[in-house]
Design a protein. Structure first.
Length: 132
């Protein structure tokens, strides 16, 4: 993975698990989204505004290498692979005790309140590339 722009510590909660006590696969995206939103907020970028728009996901993928269980302490490491005209391609790793347990990609698009793509301005591009 690229050098992380943001590292977000988290814990696998009971609500994240299935009946086996393992992380239920779609719940990984909750942790990734939480890390992404915190990073954007720290950079002064509005995540969602009913009048101005937001950054919906248009693609997500994740590969799992190791199981995660209730109570595990994890880190979500985020980096940006590419910034397009209106889109951001993110890469992420979910790490436990120094070992990558899951990794993936996510693409978000900056849109207005009607869902139409908005060009990412230079100021926002600079903020997106800042390490937190």
């Amino acid at each position: 993975m690229l050098e992380p722009l943001h590292v977000h510590p988290a814990q696998v909660s009971f609500a994240d698990t299935d009946c086996s006590g393992w992380l239920h696969f779609p719940k990984i995206f909750r942790h990734v989204e939480e890390a992404e939103h915190l990073y954007l907020q720290q950079q002064g970028i509005v995540v969602i505004d009913r009048e101005l728009g937001g950054w919906p996901r248009v693609h997500v993928s994740c590969d799992f290498k190791r199981p995660l269980r209730f109570g595990d302490q994890i880190e979500v490491q985020l980096a940006i692979e590419r910034i397009g005209a209106a889109s951001v391609s993110w890469v992420f790793e979910v790490v436990k005790e120094g070992e990558v347990c899951a990794f993936g990609k996510m693409t978000t698009v900056r849109v207005d309140h009607e869902g139409k793509p908005l060009i990412i301005d230079d100021e926002t591009r600079e903020k997106l590339q800042a390490v937190s």
